[in-house]
Design a protein around this ligand. Structure first.
Ligand SMILES: Cc1ncc(COP(=O)(O)O)c(C=O)c1O
Length: 416
């Protein structure tokens, strides 16, 4: 096949496939060749998450990070109950962002004091549910604190609260910034002492401070810089509090590579800094530090799998029309906060060892030019019936996509 001169080839497929074994020339999550897995699931499209890949990620993190550091999973990244159940056993706590996520967390059997509930917009009813369950409400405004206190009074319990701080500095080079400057998240650092006084006056139990600067950062030095500043800020605010706390949550932000030219985060400097900070926290606060990770624990462990329905050519370009797309995987289509669309790593999953010999564009079934899973990528030549896999798909997949758009069936989800 000759490549039209105007075609820019974007090719990024191989590195992430190494997270999965290959069996019989097919990508094989959990050791099951993808064709057989599709038969077992009974339909396409589906997401498959690999339990061993998640466990290995947690193990390698634990090996690098200080033992005293608490590792929390932000379940918004992947709230599939089986995934949350798996991670509840491997981590020290779960962060939830809604009553639904709270239920998923509690269904794992986790002790409620290991669950924290963050989010800029909580209803009074959600706050009451959290207080009733003994979950820590991460208050993001004076009103949320009032509502937690009122819920505690009504229920006859002392509410567990943490205060989310909006730091004055930002996490540089982050895909998404949740701190620094005017933000709806948390309480501006300058106003936190006043809120801490309110916590004391109202008799609530302060578990700690939560300072989450941003997410999807691949630059270790930016993460180190933010964690350093976050620690200093937390320490100075806790000096004002002048009483023990259970923990100080430094946020997370550890990113994963999605696109060509992106590389795995260099964990060594981040880990070295956290070793230093944990020693300081032991002396300064006598309380553990927490980091809160979402995608870093699960993104690599997930594949989105859809089937080629049709193959056609238009003006010299080959299109593979698949049964899945934007409605299940908004991020891979380039419409989840990206400014410029770039290809996620994609492969023809049942021909994983075949030569990459044709430039093909994988589109979904929706009637919109936005429904693209791979734009002019060099892939193994595919036919109707073949399976397309999108790698790095274990986070912000189905729950971050407009599943109802055009009324196609929802994607299946399996953990193997
Ligand atoms: C408070 C909070 N915690 C954790 C996360 C998870 O971020 P990531 O999946 O990038 O680790 C987010 C992301 O929006 C967040 O807002």
């Amino acid at each position: 096949m000759t490549v039209p001169a105007t075609t820019e080839i974007r090719f990024a497929q191989h590195a992430p496939t190494s997270f999965f074994p290959v069996v019989d020339g097919q990508i094989a999550p959990g050791g099951i060749p993808i064709g057989r897995l599709a038969e077992r699931v009974g339909r396409t499209p589906f997401y498959v998450y690999d339990r061993a890949a998640i466990s290995m990620r947690v193990q390698s993190l634990r090996a690098a990070l200080p033992a005293a550091l608490h590792l929390h999973y932000a379940i918004k990244a992947n709230p599939m109950p089986a995934v949350v159940q798996h991670l509840a056993a491997l981590t020290d706590g779960l962060d939830v962002a809604s009553a639904q996520e709270m239920r998923v967390a509690l269904d794992t059997g986790i002790a409620p004091q290991r669950v924290s509930f963050a989010g800029p917009g909580k209803t009074a009813a959600e706050i009451r549910q959290a207080v009733a369950a003994g979950i820590t409400v991460t208050v993001e405004s004076a009103l949320q604190l009032e509502q937690a206190v009122a819920a505690g009074e009504a229920l006859g319990v002392r509410p567990r609260v943490a205060v989310r701080v909006n730091p004055a500095f930002e996490l540089k080079s982050s895909g998404m910034r949740m701190g620094g400057g005017p933000k709806p998240f948390g309480i501006d650092e300058a106003k936190v002492p006043e809120v801490l006084d309110r916590v004391r006056a109202d008799g609530a139990h302060l578990c700690g401070l939560h300072i989450f600067g941003g997410s999807q950062n691949l630059r270790a030095e930016a993460i180190v810089d933010a964690q350093q500043k976050t620690y200093e800020l937390g320490l100075s605010l806790l000096r004002h509090w002048a009483a023990p706390v259970e923990w100080l949550n430094l946020g997370g932000g550890l990113g994963v590579p999605y696109f060509p030219n992106e590389h795995e985060l260099d964990l060594a400097p981040v880990a070295a800094n956290l070793h230093r900070l944990c020693e300081r926290a032991h002396a300064d606060l006598d309380a553990p530090l927490v980091i809160e990770l979402g995608r870093y624990l699960v993104a690599h462990a997930g594949l989105y799998v859809c089937r080629v329905l049709d193959r056609k050519e238009s003006c010299g370009q080959v299109f593979l029309v698949a049964d899945g797309g934007l409605h299940h995987h908004l991020a891979a289509s380039g419409n989840f906060g990206q400014v410029l669309r770039k290809n996620y790593p994609v492969a023809v999953a049942n021909r994983i060892e075949a030569p990459l010999d044709e430039v093909q564009t994988v589109v979904g079934p929706l009637c919109t030019p936005l429904d693209v899973l791979a734009d002019r990528m060099m892939l193994a030549r595919a036919q109707p019936g073949d399976l397309i896999a999108v790698f790095q798909s274990g986070a912000y997949g189905p729950t971050a996509s407009p599943a109802a758009f055009l009324g196609h069936p929802a994607a299946g989800e399996v953990l193997v």
